[in-house]
Design a binder for this molecule. Sequence first.
Ligand SMILES: Cc1cc2nc3c(=O)[nH]c(=O)nc-3n(C[C@H](O)[C@H](O)[C@H](O)COP(=O)(O)OP(=O)(O)OC[C@H]3O[C@@H](n4cnc5c(N)ncnc54)[C@H](O)[C@@H]3O)c2cc1C
Ligand code: FES
Length: 339
Amino acid sequence: MVSNQININGEKDVCMQHSEDTVLLASLRSGFGFPYECNAGSCGSCKYELLCGQVESLFDNPPGLTARDIRKNMHLGCQTRAISDISIKTRLSDEYVPLTKTERLKARFVGAHDVTHDIKEFVFVTDQAANFQPGQYALLTFPNLGIKRAYSMSNLANSKGEWCFQIRKVPNGKSTDFLFNEISVSDVIEIDAPYGMAYVRDNSRNIVCVAGGSGLAPMVSITKGASEQGLLKNKNLHFFYGGRSYRDVGVESQLTNLPEFGTKIFFHPVVSESSEENLKHWSGEFGFVHESVEKRLGGDIKDYEFYFAGPPPMTKSLQETLMLKHQVPFNQIHFDRFF
Ligand SMILES: Cc1cc2nc3c(=O)[nH]c(=O)nc-3n(C[C@H](O)[C@H](O)[C@H](O)COP(=O)(O)OP(=O)(O)OC[C@H]3O[C@@H](n4cnc5c(N)ncnc54)[C@H](O)[C@@H]3O)c2cc1C
Ligand code: FES
């Protein structure tokens, strides 16, 4: 295993990067608060300036890097590896220091079951305990495909080493094709975890979880976590779930066995397409999930702690509604965009 040294912002902050890691993962593993969000090359949060040395890129033309960034010798921490000792400049921040040490683990596939018509829950087991906060995600590497993708855990940390992921089938997607069509019981993949900043916080505010499409898993984990950690003793949790069709939103059964369901946990499904079929089969609410959140929470909207996950158009609309229209303070908003 080849190791290279990464100097961050001068001589003080130094770490080693082993050949499997990116600049971002090596820095986080060494306890540095390197800013990031997606770990997938899309959000641009992990940009750094390369001052000296050489890096290789793992993703040609990643969406998170502009032509201007390239001219300024900026790179993405999550999509580059040092191939010599390097010096870089970025803004480290304590809020990104990992709460739990991130680890790369061998994980055995034990089974999968349907959640909706296009989402399945995949279960893996590691020899070590599964350590993460509700709402965080893992990087799954599929050895035969040589690709890595981010997936959020839908369960809670546990000593049995069980990791559950609720994954939506993407047409012609490389990893989802493998998971939905090829993986066999006992196949071994790698789980690198935990990552992500949209984990549940303990404070006095009522909780709002909002998921669109594939954003279900982390919101399920946060709701289970809030229940298990006793966070709902003096507060409520509203769970909004938006889908295009009535077939997408039948996920209530994941919450109904929680003791607070119906008294402190409230489920609000909403369907966006008023097609003939949906009108025939769905008697619930129609519209976009961000509109549903606004309508239900009304004038109290600024008093909640928000967690959300899903496709970027959904997270953008909700962010704009909360931050621009209602001035919800930024520190009450925690989200992951599923690029
Ligand atoms: C933080 C986070 C959490 C997520 N959690 C979930 C979840 O819980 N459930 C779920 O269903 N989906 C989740 N996703 C989406 C998931 O990671 C995949 O993008 C999705 O499943 C499609 O993967 P694919 O390989 O099947 O599709 P592909 O079409 O093969 O790839 C889709 C995406 O992968 C990314 N990608 C492509 N090439 C590279 C590369 N070289 N390096 C890195 N990324 C690349 C691009 O963003 C691309 O748009 C999450 C995404 C993020 C960022
Ligand atoms: S964390 Fe690197 S681009 Fe999003």
